[in-house]
Design a protein around this ligand. Structure first.
Ligand SMILES: Cc1cc2nc3c(=O)[nH]c(=O)nc-3n(C[C@H](O)[C@H](O)[C@H](O)COP(=O)(O)OP(=O)(O)OC[C@H]3O[C@@H](n4cnc5c(N)ncnc54)[C@H](O)[C@@H]3O)c2cc1C
Ligand SMILES: NC(=O)c1ccc[n+]([C@@H]2O[C@H](COP(=O)([O-])OP(=O)(O)OC[C@H]3O[C@@H](n4cnc5c(N)ncnc54)[C@H](O)[C@@H]3O)[C@@H](O)[C@H]2O)c1
Length: 462
C-alpha cells in the first residue's frame, strides 16, 4: 500500500519538531508536520524560553541590592519598562519560531500550519478538509493549562496569558504550588508586582525533596511574596471597579488586579479523534504508550506532554528522537525516565534535583544522607541571610549516589553537571576522590565526608 508520507506528525513543539527533523533529515523518511498555532510549541513560545528571559529580567533588583552590599552605594535597578522588555521578547520569539521552521524546511519536512486530527490508523485530516495518508502518525500535541472548577474561574489567567500582557498588574494572586506558581511568583514580585501566592498545602512543590520544599517556601516569603497556605479559592467575581474579588474556603476574601491559575496542565487530546481510531487514552486524556512510545494502534505513536510521563522539554525531545531512530533509522532506542534532572527557576535561589528524594529514601531504607546547609560567601558578604542546601542520597550497600538535591544560586546549572556522574552510576567514593574547586559553592559536593543521617530500615508507608 502506498502512502502520501512515511510519517505525519501532529504538533510542532519540542517532541514533534525533533522527531520530524531526525526522521526526514537523518533517516530519509518522507515527513509532514501540522502545527495549529506557532512553530516551537510550549517551550519556545509560552514556556521555558520566555519564562527564563523573564526570570533574568526579574533578577535586576536583587543584583542591585547585592552590588550595594559590595560598596556600590548608588546601585539601583531603577525603573522597569514592561513594554520595552516585552517588545524585545516578542522579537526573540519570532526569531526562534523562524529558526524552528527553517530547520524543518532544511530537513525536507512539509509543513501545514493548521489543526490536524486523526481520521483513522493511517489518515490525518487537516482543518481545510484535506486528507493525508501516512504509514506512521506521531501525536505530539502537548498539554494545556487547567483551571479549577470554581465559579468565575474564567476571570483568571493561565500561564499562556502571562506572555501576552500589555502591562503588568499592580496586585496579583497566583494559585498553585508547583513549578509555574513558584517561578512566576518570583518573576512578578521581582518585576515590582505586589504578589500573593495561594497554595492548599503547607509547603510548595509537593513531591520534591522535603528540605528543599521548606527552603523554597521560606524563600518565597522572604522575597516579600504574601503566602496564603493551607486554603483554597472557592470563587472569583468581577467588582464594580474592574478588580477581581477572590473568596477562599476559610471565609476570607481579597481583591486583585490579576488572578493566575497555576493549577497544573492536562494532555491536549480533545477532538483529536484518537479514541475513535482505537487509541487507548488514560482517564485524564493522556495517550497510553509503551516503552517505545507506541500506542494501542501499531501505526500511531505519541511523545511529549500528551503522554503525561515526565513533562519537560528535554524529555519530549529525547522521546521524539528515540522514536525517529527506532522506526526510521533501524536503531532501537528507548527513553529512560528513571533519572531525569529538573530545576525550578526561582530567585535568588533555584532548586535543582535528580534521582531519589530523601522521603523516597526513607521508604526504601539502606540509605545514607550527606547534607549541608550554609550561607554562601557571595551573598553573605553582601548581608543576605539566604541559605544554600546540598544533599546527596547514597546507597549504604553499593555506595552508589542515588539522588542529589540543591537549593542555591544557579542550582539548575549545578544539577546539570552532577546529573552526569549520577547517570553514569558514580559512587560516593568517586565524588570523594574528586579534588575540590575552591572557593566555590559546588565544592561542598566533594567535601561532605560523614553522613548527616542514616535511614537503615524501610519506613512503613503512611
Ligand atoms: C510556563 C511553562 C514553563 C515551562 N518551563 C520549562 C522549563 O523551564 N524546562 C522544561 O524542561 N520544561 C518546561 N516546561 C514544560 C515544556 O514546555 C513542555 O514539557 C514541552 O514543551 C513539551 O513538548 P511537547 O512537544 O510535548 O508539546 P508542546 O511543546 O506543547 O507542543 C505541542 C504543539 O502541538 C500543537 N498542536 C496541538 N494539537 C494540535 C493539532 N490538533 N493540530 C496541530 N497542532 C497541534 C500545539 O499548538 C503545540 O505547538 C514549561 C511549561 C510551561 C507551561
Ligand atoms: N522549570 C521547569 O522545568 C518547569 C517550569 C514550569 C512548568 N514545567 C512543567 O509544566 C508542568 C505544569 O506546571 P504547573 O506548575 O502548572 O503544574 P504542577 O503539577 O507542577 O503544579 C500544579 C499545582 O496546582 C495545585 N492544584 C491543582 N489543582 C488545584 C486546585 N483545584 N486548586 C488549587 N490548587 C490546585 C497542585 O497542588 C500543584 O501545586 C510541570 O509539572 C512541569 O512538568 C516545568
Amino acid at each position: 500500500m502506498s502512502f502520501d508520507y512515511d510519517l505525519f506528525v501532529i504538533g510542532g513543539g519540542s517532541g514533534g519538531v525533533r522527531a520530524a527533523r531526525i526522521a526526514a533529515g537523518q533517516h530519509g523518511a518522507r515527513v509532514a508536520l501540522a502545527e495549529e498555532s506557532r512553530m516551537g510549541g510550549t517551550c519556545v513560545i509560552r514556556g521555558c524560553v520566555p519564562k527564563k528571559l523573564m526570570v533574568f529580567a526579574s533578577s535586576a533588583r536583587g543584583l542591585a541590592e547585592e552590588a550595594h552590599g559590595y560598596g556600590w552605594l548608588e546601585a539601583s535597578a531603577g525603573a522597569f519598562s514592561w513594554p520595552d522588555f516585552h517588545g524585545k521578547l516578542n522579537l526573540e520569539l519570532d526569531r526562534l519560531e523562524r529558526a524552528y521552521t527553517a530547520g524543518l524546511d532544511q530537513a525536507g519536512v512539509d509543513i501545514f500550519l493548521q489543526r490536524a486530527r486523526v481520521a483513522d490508523a493511517h489518515t490525518v485530516e487537516l482543518a481545510d478538509g484535506s486528507r493525508k495518508s501516512a504509514k506512521h502518525i506521531l501525536i505530539a500535541a502537548g498539554g494545556r493549562p487547567q483551571r479549577p472548577d470554581i465559579p468565575g474561574a474564567e476571570l483568571g489567567m493561565v500561564s499562556d496569558d502571562l506572555f501576552l500582557m500589555d502591562s503588568l498588574p499592580r496586585r496579583a494572586l497566583i494559585i498553585g504550588g508547583g513549578f509555574i506558581a513558584c517561578e512566576f511568583a518570583c518573576i512578578l514580585q521581582g518585576l515590582g508586582v505586589e504578589t500573593t501566592l495561594n497554595y492548599r498545602g503547607n509547603a510548595v512543590l509537593r513531591g520534591f525533596d522535603g528540605e528543599t520544599r521548606d527552603l523554597m517556601t521560606r524563600q518565597l516569603g522572604s522575597n516579600g511574596i504574601d503566602l496564603r497556605l493551607g486554603l483554597s479559592p472557592t470563587g472569583l467575581a468581577r467588582d464594580g471597579d474592574g478588580r477581581i474579588r477572590v473568596s477562599f474556603d476559610d471565609d476570607s476574601h481579597d481583591e486583585f488586579d490579576a488572578v493566575i491559575f497555576a493549577t497544573g496542565r492536562a494532555p491536549y487530546t480533545g477532538g483529536l479523534g484518537l479514541a475513535e481510531a482505537g487509541v487507548r487514552l488514560q482517564p485524564n486524556g493522556a495517550v497510553e504508550v509503551d516503552d517505545w512510545s507506541q500506542t494501542s494502534v501499531p501505526s500511531i505513536f505519541a511523545v511529549g506532554d500528551v503522554t503525561n510521563r515526565v513533562n519537560l522539554t528535554p524529555v519530549a525531545i529525547r522521546e521524539g528522537h528515540s522514536f525517529a531512530d527506532t522506526v526510521f533509522g533501524g536503531i532501537p532506542r528507548k527513553m529512560d525516565h528513571s533519572l531525569v534532572a529538573h530545576a525550578v527557576y526561582t530567585r535568588p535561589h533555584e532548586l535543582g534535583g535528580v534521582g531519589m528524594t530523601e522521603d523516597e529514601a526513607k521508604k526504601r531504607g539502606g540509605v545514607d544522607i550527606y547534607a549541608t546547609t550554609f550561607r554562601p560567601m557571595r551573598s553573605a558578604f553582601a548581608g543576605s541571610p539566604a541559605q544554600v542546601m546540598m544533599k546527596l542520597i547514597v546507597c549504604s550497600e553499593t555506595d552508589r549516589v542515588l539522588g542529589c538535591h540543591i537549593f542555591g544560586p544557579e542550582a539548575g546549572e549545578m544539577i546539570q553537571l552532577v546529573a552526569i556522574p549520577i547517570t553514569m552510576g558514580a559512587t560516593k567514593a568517586d565524588f570523594d576522590a574528586t579534588i575540590a574547586v575552591h572557593p566555590t559553592m559546588a565544592e561542598e559536593m566533594v567535601t561532605m565526608r560523614q553522613p548527616t543521617r542514616r535511614h537503615h530500615h524501610a519506613e512503613a508507608a503512611e
